[in-house]
Design a protein around this ligand. Structure first.
Ligand code: GAL
Length: 379
């Protein structure tokens, strides 16, 4: 006896058949949305609309667009976060401390669960950081440690002490201070007084250079040897150029040869090189830098800057995305330094990426072959 099929049985088999049919049709046309990465979309231009997101929103607050590296930091992070389905609120604060404070508050109000902040001046955003803490928003300090706030959960950066020692060691090696008598004349430049990184850049470089200054093999002709005397407010190219011009006019007008200039980054080195170009041609003084900005690499190629430090913002962005993914998934956050970075409220768990020495001999390999730049960008 064939058992009479109930209506519900018939409905069940119809649904089963229809769902099988839908699956067959879909797999035949191929889903044009495979997770969050659509190979036909250029994520770097960020004009795409992601049909689906993972429902989480991330705020990325960068200090300025005036320096190329921060533009790359922001764009790299945004495209990599999009690849993981995150909605991203990326804002640049034009080096305006109050604007950055307002932008961070707007990110919190719009529902960002994690904030990545490249602070202009950490002390100027205390109010918005307090708001973040109260709202349970996780804060990652990006490449600049934010001091004095207990709202900072993590720090992601490059080993900035190593940046300084690489710059100092370059000068020691290029002048061959270990094996020559000297004396050699040097001037010292670092970055903005409101950037905690300068403690590491300047400190790292002087750790290497100070012994030679103490013995007189290196002479800072201007006598400007303290960090305070060597600050370049806002990392400004113009301020660096004016200070270098004044030093040359005051201390080198008698024909004293300047042998080397320590500069903590490329935007400062750019101003120094402009001032030096008015006085030096073939025998250009050694000049250090950091960030491998395109203009700096052009100066390295044409002999007006000796070296820079490559901080691959693609790597740092990728690491920050890993940290964010772990935070959102409530998993262990990848960090590799739990002792160095005390922001005044305690040690901040940190993820350090490695900076890389760059000069005329290896810039093609590390910058062009790696796809960071094209050769044409240096023309
Ligand atoms: C520093 C950063 C450097 C340099 C400088 C100017 O904090 O670590 O890479 O870019 O700011 O923006």
């Amino acid at each position: 006896m064939i058992k009479k099929l109930s209506i519900s049985h018939i409905k069940y088999f119809i649904c089963l058949f229809l769902s099988a049919f839908v699956v067959i049709v879909l797999s035949a046309c191929g889903s044009d949305f495979d997770g969050y990465v659509d190979e036909n979309v250029d994520y770097t231009n960020n004009t795409f609309t992601v049909e689906e997101t993972n429902g989480h929103k991330i705020g990325v607050s960068m200090p300025t667009k005036d320096l190329q590296r921060w533009v790359q930091d922001g764009e790299n992070m945004k495209s990599q976060l999009h690849n993981f389905g995150y909605t991203v609120d990326l804002l640049y604060a034009n080096n305006d401390k109050n604007l950055q404070n307002e932008q961070i508050k707007s990110m919190i109000d719009s529902g960002c669960e994690v904030l990545v902040i490249g602070a202009i001046d950490g002390s100027a955003i205390a109010e918005s950081l307090e708001t973040a803490k109260k709202a349970g928003v996780v804060v990652i300090a990006y490449d600049r440690l934010i001091m004095g706030s207990d709202a900072i959960n993590y720090y992601a950066t490059f080993d900035n002490q190593l940046v300084g020692t690489l710059q100092g060691q370059y000068i020691v090696d290029a002048l061959d201070l270990k094996n020559t008598q000297g004396p050699y004349h040097i001037e010292l430049f670092t970055g903005s007084s409101d950037d905690n990184n300068c403690n590491f850049f300047f400190g790292g470089a002087l750790e290497v250079l100070q012994p030679y200054i103490n013995t007189g093999k290196l002479i800072v002709t201007s006598g400007q040897t303290t960090k305070e005397q060597c600050y370049t407010q806002g990392w400004s190219t113009d301020i660096a150029r004016e200070r270098m011009e004044n030093i040359l006019k005051t201390y080198y007008a008698d024909g004293t040869k300047l042998d080397a200039v320590l500069s903590s980054n490329d935007s400062v080195a750019l101003g120094i090189a402009e001032a030096l170009s008015a006085q030096y041609n073939g025998d250009f003084p050694l000049l250090t830098g950091q960030d491998c900005d395109i203009n700096a690499v052009k100066n390295i190629i044409n002999g007006k800057q000796s070296m820079s430090i490559f901080k691959d913002t693609r790597n740092l962005a990728a690491k920050v995305v890993e940290m964010i993914d772990a935070i959102i998934s409530d998993e262990t956050v990848p960090i590799n330094d739990t002792t160095t970075y005390n922001n005044g409220t305690g040690i901040i768990p940190t993820l350090l990426c490695d900076p890389v020495f760059a000069d005329k001999n290896n810039y093609k390999e590390i910058l062009v072959d790696s796809g960071y730049y094209t050769e044409d960008q240096f023309k």
